[in-house]
Design a protein around this ligand. Structure first.
Ligand SMILES: Cc1cc2nc3c(=O)[nH]c(=O)nc-3n(C[C@H](O)[C@H](O)[C@H](O)COP(=O)(O)O)c2cc1C
Length: 180
C-alpha cells in the first residue's frame, strides 16, 4: 500500500491570489444602509452572491478594515443594489473612502429604511442574519426582506477593469424575413 503523506500547502503570495481571482469575473453590488442619524452610507463589493432559496438568503464578504460596515452592522439591515453598466460613477463614488460618498447619488428609501440607489438592475433589502470572521474579512449572511427588479444590464468586474456580459456562443442571427 502506498504511504499517504500530508502534502505541504503551497505558499500563496498576495500576488498569486490577486492574479488568480482577477481572472474570475464578478458582479458589482453597492451595499447601502444608514447611520443612526439617517445619513446614507455604503460600499461596493464583488462578493455579493445568492446563498439559499428557502429561506431566501444572500451573502457578501467585507474587509475588516471597512469603515462603513460597523455602522451598517449596528443598524442590522442593508440593501444590496446590483449596479448596471450605466452606474460606473456610482461604483467609483461608493468604493472611495470617506463620508461624502453619496454626493450626487440619487436614491429612494426601502421599506426597511435603507437607500435603494436609482436605476440599479435590482434591489435586495435584507436584515443581517449572521457574521463569521474569516481571515481578514467578515462573511455576512443576509435574510431577504424584499427584492425588486429595476433596469439595465449588470456591470461586470474582472482583473481590475469594468465591462459587460456577452453571450457566448453569440446568438444566431434571426433568419431573413422572420417577424421582428
Ligand atoms: C469592483 C469592486 C469590488 C470590491 N469588492 C469588495 C468586497 O467584496 N469586499 C470589500 O470589503 N471591499 C470590496 N471592494 C472595496 C471597497 O468598495 C472599498 O474598500 C470601499 O472604499 C470600502 O469603503 P469603507 O471603508 O467606507 O467601507 C471592492 C471595490 C470594487 C471597486
Amino acid at each position: 500500500m502506498d504511504t499517504i503523506t500530508d502534502p505541504q500547502p503551497q505558499e500563496i503570495t498576495k500576488e498569486d491570489y490577486r492574479k488568480v481571482f482577477g481572472a474570475l469575473p464578478t458582479g458589482v453590488t453597492a451595499i447601502t444602509g444608514r447611520t443612526e442619524a439617517g445619513k446614507p452610507m455604503g460600499f461596493v463589493v464583488g462578493t455579493f452572491a445568492s446563498l439559499s432559496l428557502a429561506p431566501p438568503l444572500v451573502t457578501f464578504c467585507v474587509d475588516k478594515s471597512s469603515s462603513t460596515w460597523p455602522t451598517l452592522r449596528s443598524l442590522g439591515r442593508f440593501t444590496a443594489n446590483i449596479l448596471s453598466t450605466e452606474q460606473l460613477p456610482v461604483s467609483r463614488a461608493l468604493s472611495r473612502k470617506g463620508d461624502e460618498k453619496f454626493q450626487g447619488v440619487a436614491y429612494t428609501e426601502s421599506a426597511l429604511g435603507t437607500p435603494r440607489i436609482d436605476d440599479s438592475v435590482a434591489w435586495i433589502d435584507c436584515e443581517v442574519l449572521s457574521e463569521v470572521v474569516a481571515g481578514d474579512h467578515y462573511v455576512i449572511v443576509g435574510a431577504v426582506h424584499a427584492m425588486e427588479f429595476g433596469r439595465g444590464e449588470a456591470l461586470v468586474f474582472r482583473g481590475g477593469k469594468f465591462g459587460e456580459y456577452k453571450e457566448w456562443p453569440p446568438p444566431e442571427p434571426a433568419p431573413e424575413g422572420a417577424a421582428k
